[in-house]
Design a protein around this ligand. Structure first.
Ligand SMILES: C[S@@+](CC[C@H](N)C(=O)[O-])C[C@H]1O[C@@H](n2cnc3c(N)ncnc32)[C@H](O)[C@@H]1O
Length: 205
């Protein structure tokens, strides 16, 4: 079943492993919540405790074979302790059995308005890794609970996290008043004058 990880992420060169390495080098991250993860378990190679959430049938089957998934994580992990793996085969809008304000890193990649739906689980000072494919980066930029602290650049197959000129991001190309409600309903990102491949926010409260 870990074939599915190989097919979707290794064969397509889309593991994003270096990104998670860089994140864990820069921020103190021991726990991660990844709603809409599908079978993208790369964060577990760098972060010991992980909560994955996905309602997809194939994802449920993948995580049901927990020993095989843990075996793969053990082969690739970059930390000493045993990995702790949790999976919720459900809609991430519904309550998750996770303590509120307990998570160090919340991941939102290509899977909807996670910055809002799962914000309550992120601790104060915790980080949100978010891209704008479903407008979620733009949503987080409008949310005063989040502060932009980094921009992820991907070039020549290398990830870098930049803290330079962060105030230049999230200026819409079109002269349109944006709101969290508007972007959430739109469900796809609008154009901005300057963009990054992903963004890192810090939860301020
Ligand atoms: C395009 S895939 C992205 C997978 C992964 N985040 C990545 O970056 O490779 C989107 C995933 O989000 C899941 N998803 C979307 N909305 C969801 C929801 N409300 N609750 C649970 N899973 C959801 C889908 O089932 C799908 O597996």
């Amino acid at each position: 079943m870990t074939e599915l990880y190989k097919k979707w992420f290794i064969d397509r060169q889309f593991e994003r492993a270096e990104l998670f390495l860089k994140l864990t080098e820069k921020y103190k991250i021991n726990t991660v919540l990844y709603p809409g993860s599908f079978v993208h378990i790369t964060p577990s190679f760098y972060i010991p405790t992980a909560y994955y959430v996905d309602s997809d049938r194939k994802a449920k089957k993948f995580f049901a074979n927990k020993s095989e998934v843990v075996e793969l994580i053990n082969k690739r992990k970059n930390y000493e302790q045993e990995p702790e793996l949790h999976f919720f085969g459900q809609d991430y809008f519904k309550p998750l059995d996770i303590k509120e304000r307990s998570i160090d890193l919340l991941i939102s990649q290509y899977a909807g308005p996670i910055s809002q739906a799962c914000k309550r689980y992120l601790k104060k000072g915790g980080n949100l890794l978010v891209n704008n494919s479903h407008a979620d980066a733009g949503i987080a930029a409008l949310d005063s609970d989040y502060k932009l602290v980094g921009a992820v650049k991907f070039s020549n197959r290398k990830y870098t996290i930049s803290e330079d000129n962060l105030d230049e991001y999230f200026y819409p190309k079109k002269d349109k008043e944006l709101s969290i409600k508007y972007l959430s309903e739109l469900g796809k990102g609008v154009g901005y004058t300057k963009t990054a491949s992903s963004y890192i926010f810090e939860k301020c409260c």
